[in-house]
Unconditional design. Structure first.
Ligand code: HEM
Length: 196
């Protein structure tokens, strides 16, 4: 196996590990006192972490002047979307038991659910157009423009977290600060007329 292949598999397994860990905890009964909350939050945490990591890859390329990391952007973005899907599924199926009046009640009354849903909806066209065929069909320019939605999705996902927490806002603030730095780097390059 070539070095590239080993690296690809390492990233793939790294992204899958939080899901495997969750499965393992479910089998061994290690999901804590509130298993549903553990499942929903663990999946939400990893959706956000992978989204932020995906957003960090381009600035990392500029910083290190190597394109090495960028080749994992699509894979990591898709993993972020997969975790977001499982997070929403866990909430809809396990947490509220497919009780749609509760779902629509939450969606209209709880701002963090509303904002989370907006983040999730923003990710759908990105995942749907992530294939090479779709890049060709849309054309590079339009595809790039569409994929700027990822910045909106990242900001909404972090806002979802901030709105959800009641007391300790340290964790969501770490995400917000990281995103502000990443967006500032991009904005700086864009203003300087360089590719972002
Ligand atoms: C891109 C989309 C989303 C991301 C990245 C995301 C991320 C997160 C994060 C990081 C948390 C906090 C986890 C923690 O406390 O450690 C969370 C909690 C939660 N999210 Fe999301 N979320 C998304 C979309 C949604 C959507 C669409 C819904 C519902 C329709 C939703 C429902 C919830 C619920 C119910 C909680 C847990 C609340 C609690 O335990 O009190 N999320 N999410």
């Amino acid at each position: 196996m070539t070095r590239d292949r080993i690296e690809w598999w390492a990233v793939f397994i790294g992204c899958a590990l939080p899901l495997l860990a969750l499965g393992w905890w479910a089998v061994t009964g290690d999901l804590g006192v509130n298993p549903i909350e553990t499942i929903v939050r663990h999946l939400g945490d990893w959706a956000l972490r992978l989204l932020v990591l995906t957003l960090a890859l381009t600035p990392l390329r500029h910083l290190t002047r190597t394109a090495r990391f960028i080749r994992y952007r699509r894979m990591m973005g898709l993993w972020a979307f997969a975790y977001a899907c499982l997070h929403v599924l866990a909430y809809v199926v396990i947490d509220i038991g497919l009780h749609w009046p509760t779902f629509f009640g939450d969606l209209t009354k709880r701002p963090y659910i509303m904002v989370g849903m907006a983040a999730f909806v923003a990710l759908i066209p990105l995942a749907a157009t992530s294939t090479s065929g779709m890049i060709k069909r849309l054309g590079g320019k339009r595809w790039k423009r569409l994929h700027r939605l990822v910045y909106v999705a990242g900001a909404l996902a972090a806002a979802h977290y901030v709105l959800m927490v009641k007391a300790d806002i340290l964790d969501p603030m770490i995400y917000i600060t990281t995103l502000v730095v990443l967006y500032a780097v991009r904005l700086g390059r864009w203003q300087a007329g360089r590719s972002v």
